[in-house]
Design a protein around this ligand. Structure first.
Ligand SMILES: NC(=O)c1ccc[n+]([C@@H]2O[C@H](COP(=O)([O-])OP(=O)(O)OC[C@H]3O[C@@H](n4cnc5c(N)ncnc54)[C@H](O)[C@@H]3O)[C@@H](O)[C@H]2O)c1
Length: 353
């Protein structure tokens, strides 16, 4: 393979612009060759100061630019499918921001197209797998030093949401990360999802029932629950408490300077996902680049994108019916039989006392 990735970033919004900055300034083995946005001014702003990079308005043009040999997809999810098929046809390594695509049927088409190629080119942007605390908890689960994992309790709290954030988006945009985290922690598929809607916060916009309680079961009957609360006001919190036979583990709680002054004590609440997961994005993109240069992927695969899309579909259905809803997956193609190998290298030391 090539010595350096020459990346076209498609979509120069919040995530795309952040990844351009990351690749240009903090990642080894990759450079920005092109930035694409239908809003040319955004693409131009993102490439300003990136020598040799071009600003374009068409993904197709970027894929056919001879200087490009890798793609990072950061457009809204409903636009991912066409770009992914085109990039697969080129044989380029691809980092696709989550979701792979917005529904299970289109995600399956991507899985089938990649399986037909016979090699993994797509890594999906579930960055929590690269957070040091997530990796430490997974190590503790795998090593069984605290016995078997029995339950997971997830809290996903955002200060507020953008206008138009619907009930379905609570599942598709937010709980999708928890579905992937539960699959990552347990190494199992999710078998069912149920959603309960209770008392609604006064600041939830019209038509949105916030918070919601999502109940999840895995293949071996590990129970997980997610409190999804997107108008929590106080700040941002993504935390998990894991219950084992011989202990309890918490990750994701605020840490940092503990200050006492003027008769008060306290610290800083994390303001948002960029601050919480900034370091994880760096590790994620470096893992992608390193693996792509070796001809593989360094994290969650298209199969993980498909499986979480199926969980989201079950979740949205469960929101409407209140019933426990089965997650049904097709048989896993042989290409995805093994877990991504780079995750082993990235896991680091277990943090058991
Ligand atoms: N991993 C994470 O934690 C995380 C966090 C936020 C968003 N995301 C994902 O990242 C992706 C982008 O989200 P965002 O928050 O940056 O959105 P955004 O709206 O800020 O940016 C999207 C950009 O895509 C551009 N665009 C729209 N249509 C296009 C097209 N046809 N061709 C090229 N550009 C086009 C828009 O003009 C915009 O600049 C989504 O898939 C989202 O789910 C992931």
């Amino acid at each position: 393979m090539t010595e350096k990735l020459r990346v076209a970033v498609i979509g120069a919004g919040r995530m795309g612009a952040d990844h351009v900055d990351r690749i240009q300034h903090r990642i080894n083995g990759a450079e920005i060759a092109a930035v694409v946005d239908v809003d040319l001014a955004r693409a131009e702003a993102a490439v300003a100061g990136v020598p040799g990079a071009v600003a374009l308005t068409s993904a197709e043009e970027a894929l056919n630019n001879g200087d490009v040999n890798a793609v990072l997809v950061a457009t809204p999810g409903f636009l991912h499918e066409d770009i992914l098929h085109a990039a697969l046809a080129k044989g380029f390594p691809i980092l696709c921001e989550k979701p792979l695509t917005p529904d299970a049927a289109s995600s399956l088409r991507i899985v089938q197209a990649e399986a037909a190629l016979g090699r993994k080119l797509i890594q999906v942007g579930f960055m929590r797998r690269f957070d040091s605390e997530y990796m430490a908890l997974r190590n503790i689960i795998e090593e069984r030093g605290l016995g078997e994992l029995l339950m997971l309790h997830h809290q996903h709290r955002n200060p507020d949401t953008l206008p138009g954030f619907t009930n379905e988006m609570l599942i598709n945009d937010s709980v999708v990360h928890e579905f992937d985290a539960i699959r990552y922690f347990t190494g199992e598929e999710i078998s069912s999802v149920q959603v309960r809607m209770g008392k609604r916060t006064r600041t939830a916009p019209e038509g949105q029932n916030d918070p919601q309680h999502v109940l999840i079961e895995t293949e071996s009957s590990v129970l997980a629950d997610v409190e999804i609360y997107v108008n929590a006001k106080f700040g941002y919190e993504v935390a998990t408490q894991a219950t084992f036979e011989d202990g309890i583990v918490n990750i994701g709680n605020d840490s940092g300077p503990y200050i006492r002054t003027q008769g008060r004590w306290g610290g800083q609440v994390t303001p948002g996902f960029i601050e919480r997961f900034g370091a994880a994005y760096d590790v994620e993109i470096q893992a992608w680049v390193d693996a792509a240069l070796r001809g593989g992927i360094g994290g969650p695969s298209a199969w993980d994108g498909y499986a979480t899309a199926a969980c989201c579909e079950a979740g949205v259905k469960a929101q409407k019916t209140g019933a426990k809803t089965a997650v049904v997956l097709v048989e896993k193609p042989a290409l995805y039989a093994e877990a991504p190998t780079a995750m082993g290298e990235l896991r680091g030391a277990a943090s058991l006392p």
